[in-house]
Design a protein around this ligand. Structure first.
Ligand code: UFG
Length: 333
């Protein structure tokens, strides 16, 4: 079975390609390396002992996309390619909507014309906005996103629903990720953000390695057990395996539109992460309490029941595993 993985050299994409190749899927990567490095491809080859095809280019170029579908009989697409920095999206909304929405429209048009109607789409828990209750089920209200990144995911979800409504030959899985962290246990691939990391775990890792001086904890006055924000952190390898489950589901059911939360269903606070990182890795994390970050919410964690029941998806890695692997990758890179 041939799978086109857009953004396949990126953080979640690369881990997913490893798991796909391990399961003997044929992988075609489309990437423009705007936020990833070509070396990742050799690491994927090394980890799996298998090769994949690469198309380097931009999804905004429809001819380029069409050419990929003409040269390959693609059975399914996993669409990761997107910009993902929340703060940057506020400053560059046009770039974000163009890259995250127009590219999907091009992809869908080309898929339609090529009669390839199986798609796994990378969405985000951010579509729930500030949830009224936790844990969050897939039936919870969506909307109220606070930045163009989140809104771009919301828009694409709506586009996919409209598309399915118009043609129910489509077979679509929307995966709403909670907070992916950690790295491959080999330490060879992981998250490598450009510049100063915006997300918690890459930031903690850089403080641990001495590359950054101190972590700012954004607020300790939330209505949570220790006042710091609570999130549902999921190991990136578990998340990658969730994509395999989604592809298997699409192979089985043939048509439909399915939405799943991918999280572990446990909420950890920022202080839980700092303490756990320190204890599992025997390092000290300097931190200070800073004001709340604009747009942050207090609590967000998933109800993972639907993914477990319908996909058989059961993340097995603990917070300790996530933070050990994040540190291992940081030391390696
Ligand atoms: N935090 C800090 N200091 C930092 C960075 C983060 O205290 O330097 C805190 C945040 O305030 C929050 C928690 O750590 O309470 C997690 O923050 P992240 O930036 O790592 O993650 P977010 O929950 O803000 O957002 C992430 C992704 C989004 C995605 C969302 C889904 O960045 O793309 O998870 O829940 F949409």
């Amino acid at each position: 079975m041939k799978i086109l993985v857009t953004g396949g050299a990126g953080y979640i994409g690369s881990h997913t390609c490893v798991e796909l190749l391990n399961k003997n899927y044929q992988v075609i990567i489309l990437d423009n390396f705007s936020n990833s490095k070509k070396e990742v491809l050799d690491k994927i080859r090394f980890l799996t002992g298998k090769d994949m095809k690469l198309y380097e280019g931009n999804m905004l170029d429809k001819k380029f996309l069409m050419n990929i579908f003409q040269e390959n009989e693609i059975d399914c697409v996993i669409d990761f390619a997107a910009y993902k920095a929340v703060g940057e999206s506020v400053k560059k909304p046009v770039e974000y909507y163009t890259n995250n929405v127009s590219s999907v429209l091009n992809l869908l048009d080309v898929m339609q014309k090529s009669n390839c109607k199986s798609l796994v789409f990378s969405s985000s828990a951010t579509v729930y906005g500030d949830p009224k209750t936790v844990p969050i089920t897939e039936e919870a209200e969506i909307g109220g996103t606070t930045n163009p990144y989140g809104t771009s995911k919301l828009f694409v979800e709506q586009i996919l629903k409209d598309l399915y409504q118009s043609d129910n030959e489509w077979n679509i899985c929307i995966l709403r990720y909670f907070n992916p962290v950690g790295a491959h246990p080999s330490g060879l691939i992981g998250e490598d953000p450009k510049g100063i990391p915006a997300n918690l775990v890459p930031y903690i890792s850089k403080v641990a390695s001495g590359k950054l001086e101190s972590l700012s904890i954004f607020g300790n006055d939330y209505d949570t057990k220790d006042g710091t924000g609570i999130r549902d952190y999921i190991h990136v390898v578990d998340l990658a395996l969730g994509h395999i489950k989604a592809v298997e589901k699409l192979c089985k059911v043939k048509k439909g539109l399915h939405i799943y939360n991918l999280g572990i269903g446990i909420g950890y606070s920022v202080l839980d992460l700092v303490k756990t990182f320190e204890s599992v890795n025997c390092v000290k994390i300097n931190y200070k309490i800073s004001p709340r970050r604009a747009g942050d919410i207090a609590i967000c964690y998933s109800d993972p029941t639907k993914a477990k029941k319908e996909l058989g998806f059961e993340p097995s890695k603990t917070l300790e595993d996530m933070l050990k692997d994040a540190w291992n990758y940081e030391k390696n890179s």
